[in-house]
Design a protein around this ligand. Structure first.
Ligand code: KG4
Ligand code: ZN
Length: 334
């Protein structure tokens, strides 16, 4: 059963490898980098070094667990961008070396397209066209997906990404990086209507998260002045209120996008789609609006090589290969 493709993801702080056979993902090995936690964000230099340490082990494990020999491989795929250049370079160089040694084709994958195509790893798969709200640490986009090869961004953030808003808010509260999952966890015990934060509204289908981040910062700065223990005493309510606002901002735009395009197949992707508040509210909204809602399994929401493998499979079908001169791109449009 062909093709058999090895895919490598190294755009940020997860080193990941996956093997896909004839469109079926066989595994998804991920080595996360704990080294960044104490710095309140990903330190690019440390990320590149950790990828160097992890990549051989991660690829080896993926191949062994899949029961695949290097001679079985039909192509090697890698994330070309967007991402941290030093991190990307590790994956790109490794993939090139392996493709050269095995004399097999090389496939470059756009990380943001791969987040969208993660929906084709498992059933139920969205029908075309669908709208995908892609929300990660670096991006917030509404993508209109016509087929696996045709995607158009119809709305996006004009400043911070929503994942960044989660992470920066967590940093303000002295929570370790990445703060998104922690805010999600504390929010589950809190009252989402306890506090209000003002937000900037953008025209059309675009987003802005810098206004709410600043409002959040000022709110806490003032509250701590009168009660130094304010954050500790109200952590769950603060997290629930912030999450409620951020989810509301995302879903309002998604509703507008669906109305404008008359598309009712609605998907979410990217790290923030792991957020339990977003998942629950999207399900509820979907039921109200008669949408077919598609939410990937947690493991396929945050950065992973299985989604790179899925995107590579589609490219393989079109014989869309790249040359050994390919270079990584920090920025890469969908
Ligand atoms: O897609 P991803 O793994 O990496 C990028 O390509 O950026 O997304 C990472 C982002 C981080 O900002 C992280 O805080 C956020 O996803 N995130 C979450 C949750 N899990 C991950 N944000 C809110 N709630 C979560 N449960
Ligand atoms: Zn990502």
């Amino acid at each position: 059963m062909r093709p058999v493709i090895l895919a490598i993801e190294s755009s940020c702080d997860e080193t990941s490898a996956s093997v896909i056979r004839n469109g079926k993902v066989l595994n998804n090995i991920i080595a996360s980098q704990a080294v960044h936690q104490k710095y309140g964000g990903v330190v690019p230099e440390l990320a590149s070094r950790a990828h160097q340490q992890n990549i051989v082990m991660v690829v080896d494990q993926a191949m062994q667990e899949a029961g695949v020999q290097s001679t079985d491989l039909d192509a090697i795929a890698f994330t070309r961008g967007p991402g941290l250049i030093g991190s990307l370079l590790v994956g790109v160089s490794f993939a090139k070396g392996m493709a050269l040694a095995l004399d097999i084709p090389l496939i470059e994958v756009n990380h943001m397209q791969a987040h969208v195509l993660a929906h084709f790893i498992e059933d139920p798969k969205p029908g075309f066209p669908f709208l995908c709200l892609t929300v990660s640490g670096g991006h917030t986009q509404i993508v209109k997906v016509t087929d696996p090869y045709t995607m158009e961004v119809i709305g996006q953030t004009q400043d911070d990404a929503v994942g960044e808003a989660f992470d920066k808010a967590a940093k303000i509260m002295d929570l370790p990086y990445p703060g998104g999952p922690l805010i999600d966890k504390y929010a589950q015990q809190g009252n989402p209507r306890a506090f209000r934060f003002s937000q900037t509204s953008m025209p059309g289908l675009d987003f802005s998260f810098s206004g709410i981040k600043t409002a959040f910062l000022y709110f806490l700065r003032d509250a701590v002045k009168t009660n130094p223990d304010f954050i500790k005493q109200n952590l769950a309510d603060i997290c629930a209120s912030l999450q409620h606002h951020l989810v509301f901002m995302l879903l309002t735009r998604l509703e507008q996008a669906s109305a404008q395009t008359s598309i009712k197949n609605i998907a979410i992707a990217g790290g923030v789609s792991a957020n339990s508040g977003l998942r629950k509210s999207l399900q509820e909204l979907g039921e109200k609006r008669g949408w077919s809602v598609f939410i990937p399994r947690f493991e396929y929401c945050t950065d992973n090589a299985a989604m790179i493998a899925m995107a590579a499979h589609f490219k393989f079908l079109k014989k869309d290969f790249c040359t050994l001169e390919v270079t990584p791109l920090a920025r890469m449009p969908v």
